[in-house]
Design a binder for this molecule. Structure first.
Ligand code: ATP
Ligand code: MG
Length: 423
């Protein structure tokens, strides 16, 4: 019987030598989770592909679209799986080409991964090609630069036939690069930065600082919407929200106006570092891009970086706003980020923020308030929400109150805990 299934192609994983099986297994696990809304019967590996089979043997475009969002997927083809019978795979080739959309030229590319199959690939090309020429008399064969290639691949006693392929997001399976804490605002940049490190295999734990109780909690809801939009790709394990408004007020009263933002950001980085230690994450990620706003000059980046010892990754540092906006449209966060909400960044803003801070002034301002107590207090009062679409995320054990579906306060003992085991 001919089945319609999804063939998942992955380039980069193939390059990983000894680690290949680990990468492939993680991708299979991630696909299982991403495809939960669908009735999937089996996901298996064959000869350089991952095969996703639907319970009713009829994989759909919607299934393929969900697979394309999963990091590590280079391409997805809706393919027909038949036996080794010539008539069966010829019929499948006609069907596959009829679903290939608009095209003028095509070619057939036969492959054999089973050497026991007696028909040579050149002969298979001719057999299938002549059937397709008959079925599509207006279309032309072009072996050099065809609009569509019909692949007929004999693997382990079956033949896989496909014509249409669509690109996936590429990258590496989430869970193969460790955990990172990402600083998430509801703006355009940081959701894109989060997605980008997720696409490189990192399990992301965003943390959002809201202006609550000095502002409304709108930015928190926008951040939850952003994470909801990113969640189907499996990149986010948990979102932390830190109400920062009262502490910002304290800072704004204690330090020179022009240095407020830098002080807020140093506190934010230290809280992020504490969360990273708690979670066993190995880096902090921001959505900064060089020179975009006052806090993103080299001097100010240095002044904030100094507050933490962990590496700070800035995947957008060389990106233009237009590129970032295009990406946010692709990943589904653009509409959410277009809504404005007051967050901690809009609160107690100086009229003239420092753009080239001197370290001496920074240190003096930093010592003028009890930043250690402030960081400990913020960590004690943060809230969180877990996202089940990320199979590589493992919460720090026994340290947080049982999960609630709404953002829930975390136990006060949290600040005393050490790193989770084995991370
Ligand atoms: P974005 O578009 O991500 O909001 P931005 O262009 O507004 O960035 P900044 O406000 O300087 O730039 O913020 C730089 C980075 O600091 C952000 O990309 C994000 O990683 C982090 N950040 C800013 N505000 C917050 C916040 N309220 N909570 C958590 N992280 C934040
Ligand atoms: Mg912003």
């Amino acid at each position: 019987m001919t089945q319609r299934l999804c063939l998942v192609h992955y380039h980069e994983i193939g390059l990983k030598g000894k680690n290949r099986a680990t990468f492939e297994n993680q991708l299979v696990t991630n696909l299982h989770r991403a495809l939960k809304p669908f009735d999937v019967a089996n996901i298996s590996r064959i000869s350089g592909y991952i095969v996703v089979e639907a319970a009713d043997h009829r994989a759909t475009d919607a299934m393929a679209a969900a697979i394309r969002q999963v990091p590590g997927v280079a391409r997805v083809s809706l393919a027909y799986k038949c036996g080794l019978d010539e008539d069966e795979y010829k019929a499948a080739a006609v069907q596959a080409l009829s679903e290939a959309g608009d095209f003028s030229t095509f070619k057939v590319h036969a492959r054999r991964s089973s050497t026991t199959y007696p028909v040579h690939t050149l002969e298979m090309n001719q057999l299938v090609g002549s059937v397709l020429c008959e079925a599509f008399p207006q279309k032309k064969v072009d072996v050099h630069n065809p609009d569509v290639t019909v692949v007929v691949h004999v693997v382990q006693g079956s033949t896989y036939v496909y014509a249409a392929s669509a690109p996936g997001v590429g990258g590496l399976p989430v869970g193969t690069a460790g955990k990172v804490v990402t600083l998430l605002s509801s703006g355009f940049d940081s959701p894109v930065a989060t997605w980008m490190v997720g696409r490189r295999g990192a399990t992301c734990i965003p943390v959002h600082f809201s202006g609550r109780p000095q502002t409304s909690d709108t930015s928190e809801w926008l951040c939850q919407d952003i994470v909801d939009a990113l969640a189907p790709s499996g990149v986010v394990g948990r979102l932390y929200v830190v109400p920062f408004g009262d502490r910002q007020r304290e800072i704004s009263l204690a330090v020179p106006q022009s240095l407020r933002i830098l002080m807020y950001r140093r506190v934010m980085f230290q809280v992020a570092e504490r969360i990273a230690q708690l979670e066993g994450a190995k880096a902090i990620v921001t959505g900064e891009s060089l020179g975009q706003v006052a806090s993103q000059t080299l001097e100010n980046i240095t002044a904030v970086n100094e507050a933490v010892t962990m590496p700070v990754l800035r995947p957008l540092i060389g990106s233009d706003k237009q590129e970032i906006i295009r990406r946010s449209q692709q990943i589904g966060t653009y509409e959410i980020s277009s809504q404005t909400a007051p967050d901690c960044c809009t609160l107690f803003m100086p009229r003239r923020p420092e753009t080239h801070a001197r370290m001496r002034d920074i240190h003096e301002a930093w010592e003028s308030f009890d930043h250690e107590a402030m960081v400990a207090d913020l960590v004690e009062h943060m809230e969180y929400r877990d996202y089940s679409q990320c199979p590589s995320y493992h919460a720090p054990k026994g340290r947080l109150r049982a999960h609630h579906s709404e953002l829930a306060p975390i136990e006060p003992e949290l600040s005393d805990v050490e790193r989770p085991e084995g991370e």
